[in-house]
Design a protein around this ligand. Structure first.
Ligand SMILES: [Fe+2]
Ligand SMILES: [Fe+2]
Length: 120
């Protein structure tokens, strides 16, 4: 059940990211989904970073480094349609675990900070 104090845009974008990561592990997935992940992750990370800059968020450097780590992980994913399905499932699980730790860790701290500001 969603709390009324949740940051709606952030939650909705995380949900989309988890859905894309799930698609990557599906047997009929291909290069289009990898591209979608790269584009959507960039959109999401950029928006969080814009909020952090606007609010002079104290944890901005560590948070940006975490985003950069994920950016690097997904930038090297094979963009071929014959990208092996077993490998894609491993990648999907690994990135999903990474994202869960991020979303329930430093993203939650950022969420609280934004909610206490006047820019939510
Ligand atoms: Fe983040
Ligand atoms: Fe996030």
């Amino acid at each position: 059940m969603r709390k009324t104090s949740d940051l709606i845009w952030q939650d909705a974008q995380h949900q989309v990211l988890f859905e894309i990561l799930d698609l990557i592990g599906q047997p009929d997935s291909g290069s289009a989904v990898v591209l979608q992940l790269q584009q959507y992750a960039e959109t999401h990370f950029t928006l969080e970073e814009q909020y952090m800059e606007m609010l002079s968020y104290p944890g901005i450097d560590a948070h940006r480094r975490a985003h950069d780590e994920f950016r690097e992980e997904i930038a090297t994913l094979p963009c071929a349609d014959d990208f092996d399905v077993a490998f894609r499932q491993v990648v999907s699980t690994y990135l999903t675990e990474w994202l869960k730790r991020h979303v329930f860790g430093i993203d939650k701290e950022l969420e609280s900070f934004i909610l206490e500001s006047s820019f939510k």
